[in-house]
Design a binder for this molecule. Structure first.
Ligand SMILES: [Cu+2]
Length: 119
């Protein structure tokens, strides 16, 4: 009798643990979806914004990082955002709270252009 009970518990417990892991796992996926949707990165290297165009959800914070050995800026064509001059490895972040298409350029090298599409 006692042996049988232990046997059943031995079978049931792994199932319960597995179910708990599935529940915990799905909760973690839901939680981590939001931060990943909330941040995006643009790398500046060799006089290019990369990616040149990105599409992000409303509320996303985009961070530009200057990986070039030359100073650059990220300045919105419509005056929505304007970074200071970023030296090597310096960053600039802006949070996009409204949907729209945001074109920007580097004020030091106006031929450098990029676009953030917020949906
Ligand atoms: Cu530049």
């Amino acid at each position: 009798m006692t042996k049988n009970n232990v046997g059943i518990a031995g079978l049931v417990m792994p199932v319960i643990i597995a179910m708990l892991l599935v529940v915990a796992g799905s909760a973690r996926v839901t939680a981590s979806d939001q931060p990943s949707a909330g941040n995006a990165a643009v790398k500046i290297d060799n006089f290019v914004f990369g990616p040149q165009a990105i599409t992000v959800p409303v509320g996303t914070t985009v961070t530009w990082t200057n990986s070039d050995d030359i100073p650059h800026t990220a300045v919105s064509t419509d005056g929505v955002f304007k970074s200071k001059v970023m030296d090597t490895d310096e960053k600039f972040s802006y949070t996009f709270t409204k949907a729209g298409t945001y074109s920007y350029y580097c004020s030091v090298h106006p031929k450098m252009t990029g676009q953030v599409v917020v949906k």
